[in-house]
Design a protein around this ligand. Structure first.
Ligand code: WT7
Length: 637
């Protein structure tokens, strides 16, 4: 699509990268020029690291849906935009062209308007992986409403807190959905949430299943009935480049989740630019990212990036293990997928199953493989390369974050030399640095180095703030190293400048590719009446990458029991979601604390992963607790 912006050799990458660092604003202005604007921007970039204020293309006017829909309808209306594959293979695949998608988006945009939604309003979306999810989000963008998608695996309490944080006015959901063999009644979960979230005036329900659905009069409306009331003409709202496009919550190392705010212009441009260059798609290629749209990966690389580039994108409703462990490969064969983008945790879980699940299917359509969400270990990398790519498909290991909006470190498929377990090189415009223990840049690029990963210059798709809490944004990302964005990750850089991400260096644990803060899990556990205190850490897990280990102090006179452990897990499930349930709970008498009362999680992490060398424990208030915990862990094995 963006021929002018497409890099097609490694020497060109190096040239473009150099230019992008020498004159970042000129570089990004050239990229932005290839998009549809109602009015060109006044200033490419204004920023202050000190105040954590970043503005790209301000004064520019545009509507993102014209860039992802109208533009392609004009060139190739009958090209497939979305291929939808249902959970149950016996149900029919849905094919949606750009023209059809455009029409549905405009129609639903009118439904939103009919229900009182105007520019700037927040709309919460809690939906399964069906095309209507993409339609709902694009409909918001059409009229300038801000979408806040909550992953449909989160609990009612988690939805309620997100709705309340952003004061959403409308909620879009579906009645019931199957994930594998398990039915999930999304509407019932929403009804629970809505008891606690009075800002919602209307709830629009898509009937995914024929089951009867209880509706609350005046508040709840069926999607289909609402769609019948409106036309498919909807003039796109003219938005400022810096107006918010969406809020997406991500866990923090403290307190409640952070509502990361992404803005329209910069997000559009960089998701499209990165998609175009990393995946190197040809016009008839078919892209499948297996993530859920409830996460940033789905926002950027199922919906906005691929559609901005006029590509065909696949949405899969189901799970990799249903009806059996061959489901992914069956879909690759059936839809002739050329580009397959998944998470290391999925690769590891499929690699442990018999190879016959892979060998049954013709995977020869595949050209490029991608990995995202956590470091990919050597073994998984080779399995992916040998058995899925048959040694013929470059693997793009893409590093980024909810906060970065788009991929910042990745090979360009077929162009950048890859190295197993390395995300390799920064995309043009991205200035990475490694920080040493003293907080100084490790400067020499020609030598191997290890440190904490930070970014030295703003990029267009970076999150602009934490919704309603700019101080927290400033504190979390810009205070560790003044003048830099701090990623929270550690990284290793080889002599060629290739980066390998080594993992989080803060209290965030990546479990099966999901970013979980330990603090909110502790808060949830502490809510149980029998719990006095708790500390949660991550430890290495062969499939999930990391698993959660909870150390719990019970209230006096409470007896430890299996039933109690189960209840504690349920408490977490209720307040956050099943993904945050700890794998192990260990009851202890005390926790290793410093004199100032801070729990030394470093020590608990070591105990949880079976290590015995704890380094210096002299700053502990009571060093004997460590031994006590160790003994308890040993006993319970
Ligand atoms: C954290 C961000 C961005 C998509 C999904 C996760 C880890 C992400 C990689 C990679 C090693 C990775 C980092 C990062 N991560 N991609 N290719 N190699 N680690 O988004 O939930 O915001 O999590 O995921 O630790 O900080 P997220």
């Amino acid at each position: 699509m963006f021929d002018k912006l497409r890099i097609d050799s490694f020497s060109e990458y190096k040239k473009v990268y150099r230019e992008s660092v020498e004159e970042p604003e000129l570089f990004w202005a050239k990229v932005a020029d290839d998009f549809i604007w109602h009015k060109k921007w006044d200033k490419t970039l204004e920023y202050s690291f000190e105040d954590a204020n970043f503005k790209w293309f301000s004064g520019g006017k545009l509507n993102i849906t014209e860039n992802v829909l109208d533009r392609h309808v004009a060139i190739h209306p009958n090209k497939t935009a979305i291929i939808w594959e249902p959970n149950n293979p016996l149900e029919e695949t849905r094919i949606i062209t750009y023209r059809q998608l455009h029409s549905k988006v405009c129609q639903f945009a009118n439904v939103l308007k009919n229900n009182g939604i105007v520019k700037g309003d927040r709309v919460c979306i809690y939906m399964p992986m069906i095309p209507e999810l993409a339609i709902a989000m694009l409909a918001c963008a059409r009229i300038g409403a801000v979408h806040s998608i909550v992953f449909a695996g989160f609990s009612s309490a988690a939805i309620a807190s997100r709705i309340n944080d952003a004061q959403c006015k409308l909620l879009v959901t579906a009645n019931e959905v199957y994930r594998g063999e398990k039915p999930i009644n999304l509407k019932a979960i929403c009804d629970e949430a809505l008891k606690e979230s009075p800002s919602i005036q209307t709830c629009i329900v898509y009937r995914r299943a024929i089951e009867p659905t209880s509706m609350v009069g005046g508040r709840d409306k069926f999607w289909m009935e609402e769609m019948h009331k409106v036309t498919d003409h909807c003039t796109p709202e003219s938005m400022d480049a810096e107006d918010p496009l969406f809020i997406l919550y991500t866990s923090g190392s403290t307190g409640k989740p952070k509502g990361m705010v992404h803005t329209i212009g910069g997000y559009l441009i960089e998701t499209a630019y990165s998609f175009e260059n990393i995946f190197q798609m040809q016009p008839n290629d078919i892209f499948w990212c297996t993530a859920d749209i409830g996460w940033i990966t789905g926002h950027s690389y199922i919906v906005y990036g691929p559609l901005a580039c006029g590509a065909t994108t696949v949405m899969f409703e189901g799970v990799p293990s249903y009806p059996d462990f061959g489901r992914f490969w069956e879909i690759v064969e059936k839809l002739k997928i050329t580009h397959f983008y998944t998470a290391p945790t999925a690769i590891r879980s499929l690699a442990k199953e018999p190879l016959s699940f892979v060998e049954k299917y013709d995977l020869s359509s595949l050209k490029v493989l991608g990995s995202v969400g956590e470091p990919i270990n050597e073994e998984a990398w080779h399995w992916y390369n040998d058995f899925i790519g048959k040694g013929n498909c470059p693997i793009v290991d893409t590093w980024w974050q909810t906060e970065t909006g788009s991929i910042l470190i990745s090979p360009l498929a077929g162009i950048t030399p890859t190295r197993p377990t390395f995300a390799t090189l920064p995309l043009p415009g991205i200035q990475l640095v490694l920080m040493d223990e003293q907080g100084h840049e490790i400067e020499t690029i020609a030598e191997k180095a290890e440190g904490k990963l930070a970014i030295k210059f703003p990029w267009p798709s970076m999150a602009r703030t934490v919704y309603g809490d700019h101080e927290r944004y400033k504190e979390t990302y810009f205070s560790a190293y003044p003048g830099y964005y701090f990623t929270g990750d550690g990284a290793y850089r080889d002599a060629m400048g290739n980066y390998r991400i080594t993992g989080r260096v803060d209290d965030v644990v990546i479990v099966s590719g999901h970013n979980l803060g330990t603090a909110p899990i502790e808060n949830a556990i502490n809510e149980h009446q029998d719990v006095a205190e708790s500390a949660v850490v991550g430890y290495p897990h062969p499939i999930k990458g990391n698993a959660l280990y909870a150390f719990v102090i019970l209230q006096n006179n409470v007896e430890e029991s299996d039933a109690l452990m189960k209840e504690i897990k349920e408490t977490v499930s209720k307040s956050i979601g099943a993904i945050a349930k700890p794998d192990k709970i260990q009851v202890v008498n005390g926790l290793p604390k410093t004199r100032s009362g801070k729990i030394m999680r470093r020590i608990l992490r070591k105990i949880a992963s079976g290590e015995t060398d704890f380094g210096d424990t002299s700053t502990l208030l009571d060093p004997s607790v460590v031994k006590d915990i160790q003994e308890k862990v040993e006993q319970s094995k």
